[in-house]
Structure formats: structure tokens, C-alpha cells
Design a protein around this ligand. Sequence first.
Ligand code: AMP
Length: 296
Amino acid sequence: MPTIYHHISALRHALTLYYGRQSIALVPTMGNLHDGHLELVRIAKQHADIVVVSIFVNPTQFGIGEDFDSYPRTLEDDVAKLATVGADYVFAPSIDEMYPVLPPPTSVRAGEITSQLCGQSRPGHFDGVGIVVSKLFNIVQPDVAVFGQKDYQQLAIIQQLVRDLSYPIKIIGAPIVRAEDGLALSSRNQYLSDSERKIAPVLHQELQRLAEQLKNSEYREQGFESLLTATKARITEAGFTVDYLDIKTAQLDSLEANEATGNCNINSENLVILVAAWLGRARLLDNQLVTVKLPL
Ligand code: AMP
């Protein structure tokens, strides 16, 4: 079983054993763990000797009227799951422990990238992510930190944060873990009713269809807009309310995703399609990388 700490000082004390001797990986989560999270831990174990998983439903990344109160909190089950994948430590602080003053007077803002896509519909969300991740980096001082590519924009922002604030931490982007029918695993999937759950895989199917269309180079004549409009219409027809659907440039090789939200260059080889859409109470996120062959 992993050892659980609720206090910063106790965790730091435990970790002093390892600094300079063994490498540490951090996997930040909000708990209610599923196979996607467990895969991040497996990847973390391949990159470091000791794995610390944080479980903290971070109030500063939720907006007014969002699901902070109803977000599922399942610490006991989470710790049992983490034991099956060999996590060493769980850090599960209280809100007071993380934020002596709430909202914190200090902010960590990663710039323009935070106001696009998810940042547009969730103003302040990525500032909350910025401060909590910075705090976790300072508390744990890991060599490596693992984040899911499912939250592609978040990964891009963290890459930028690490670069701009000179954190000596290697960021690893882990591939999206999906259910058999293609739906990206998410703690918020449990907000779906049975009938909504049957519709939900449409999101991934439509991203794949759009990816194929992009590969076929049809877009070069039409531009992205008509393809995006048609895809949006099909997703809406299935019962979703689309928040955004967009295509950005991506950097596949290094997984340095910081260009993900840069302006799309129609000649780019590596693209990422990003979507956020409501289905009932659940706001679902997904994305699809696509490599487009350019004509010589
Ligand atoms: P969360 O608990 O939702 O804040 O997610 C914690 C970490 O798990 C983030 O880095 C997410 O990107 C990652 N994650 C969540 N769902 C998945 C998934 N289906 N596949 C891969 N990573 C995921």
C-alpha cells in the first residue's frame, strides 16, 4: 500500500530520503481514479524510482457554478487502486493545507495560451491549474512529472510553465486511455445517463473521421472551416452541445505540446483536433493527433 500524507511538511520529510539518491516522479490528479490515471502511474514508474501521486480537487481551477462540490471524492478506493500499480506515496492535502489564503493572492498565469479553447469557456481555469501545479512541483520537487494528453491544452501550458519558470522537471505526456467503444476515460463520464453514455463515443468517432478527411488533403482546397462546420453539425445532431472544435498545429516527436494552441499553419504536418462538448451534465474533452503528408 502507498503511504498517505495529508501535510506538506510530512511528505517533504519522507522525500528527503531520496533527493540526490533516487529519482522521483509526480502524477498530479484530482482523484476518483480510473485506468487513465493508473496508466500515468505505470508510465511514471518506468521513468523514476519513486512515484508520488497527488490527489487534490483543486478549488482554484473550478469556476462559479461548476462541479467543484459534486466532483466525486473517493480517496479510499483510489489508494487501493494505486496499490495495484505500485505507487509509493499519495499526497492528499486539505484545501487549508494547500491554500492558507483562498483565493491565493499570488497567481501563476501562462499567458495567451490560457485564454483560448477551454480557457475561453472556463475563464481563470488554467490560472488555477498553474498555481496548483507550481505548488505541487515545489512541494514534491520531482525529477519527472506525468500528465495525460487527454488534457492537451493543459499539457501544453505545463510545458510552457516548466520552460518559463525553469523547473528542472521532465514533463511526460501520456497517451489517452479509452473505453472499448472509444470514449476517453474521465471522472466526469459518470455524470452521463445510460442513454447519454451510448451516445458519448460519437465524439471520438467524429474526431477520427475528421482526421481521415485531413489526411486525404481535402481540406487544402476547402480550408478547415467547412470540414469543422460539418463535423460540428454531426456532433450536435448526435445530442451534444459543442463548446469548441478546432484544429491546431502539434509537435508529435518531442511531445512538447506548447504549439498546440498556436495559430494553425495550413502546411503543418502534425495537427491536433481538439473538442469540448456538453452531453447532459458532462462536459467531455477529447483530441486526436493527425499527421498530414504534405505535397513535395
Ligand atoms: P484529473 O484527475 O482529471 O485532473 O486528471 C489527472 C491526470 O490524468 C491529468 O494529467 C489528465 O490528463 C490525466 N488523464 C485523465 N484522463 C485520462 C485518460 N483517459 N487518458 C490519459 N490520461 C488521462
